[in-house]
Design a protein around this ligand. Structure first.
Ligand SMILES: [Zn+2]
Length: 213
């Protein structure tokens, strides 16, 4: 089982990008059971199917939609899962303390976004997360990292609670045949955050050298 936001926020993002007709079309194409209850944990196979369908059916906008859905998921977490006092405390602490504290808080709630996958903090400096057996890449193969939803969830939480310059790159992905999905979380050196949702390594490849970390 996995948190319902893995699918629910895809619907919200699709509506924001393409209006209610796109949201409804996508939902119809998924052939979800009529009584699917999105107020509870949902089967991982359902979430995997939704993300796979997004990538296969809408390849041009899949990354944008998944990134937007990740940001909306982070907004839900900020509104409902992390106590206000803890958020206020994280914002006042130095980055060197706040970042590992947030990483551990994310690790403690990994079941909501990693399901049966195994989440780990690989290193603290630089900060690297991994998800082994990521259920959202199940049954999919790709040439570039595909986990824009996870990257965007992490990036928004770090940007809001630690420092607005944080950026997340997925540096390897199980959809590419890697043993796990791996996410590098780092602060951009410029004073302005990188625009838009989290970038995958594939996008970062095409950036000019000066725009990389
Ligand atoms: Zn991945």
């Amino acid at each position: 089982m996995i948190g319902p936001n893995a699918v629910l926020q895809l619907f919200e993002a699709l509506e924001e990008v393409g209006g209610p007709s796109l949201r409804n079309a996508f939902r119809t194409e998924l052939h979800l059971p009529a009584r699917t209850d999105f107020t509870r944990m949902i089967p991982e196979s359902m979430a995997a199917k939704a993300h796979r369908h997004l990538r296969n059916r809408y390849p041009e906008s899949a990354e944008q939609v998944a990134g937007l859905a990740g940001e909306k998921t982070a907004n839900y977490i900020l509104a409902n899962r992390i106590p206000r006092l803890a958020q206020a405390l994280l914002k006042t602490l130095p980055t060197g303390i706040a970042a590992p504290l947030l990483a551990m808080a994310i690790s403690n709630h990994a079941w909501t976004f990693a399901g049966s996958g195994s989440f780990a903090i690989v290193r603290f400096r630089p900060l690297i997360f991994s998800i082994t057996g990521n259920p959202l890449t199940a049954g999919d193969t790709a040439e570039d990292p595909v986990c824009a939803w996870h990257a965007a969830v992490f990036q928004r939480l770090f940007r809001i609670l630690v420092d607005h310059r944080y950026t997340v790159h997925e540096t390897q992905c199980s959809a590419m045949g890697a043993t796990c999905c791996q996410f590098e979380i780092f602060k951009e050196m410029s004073s302005e955050p990188a625009p838009g949702p989290a970038r995958t390594a594939a996008q970062a490849k095409h950036l000019p050298q000066s725009a990389k970390k």
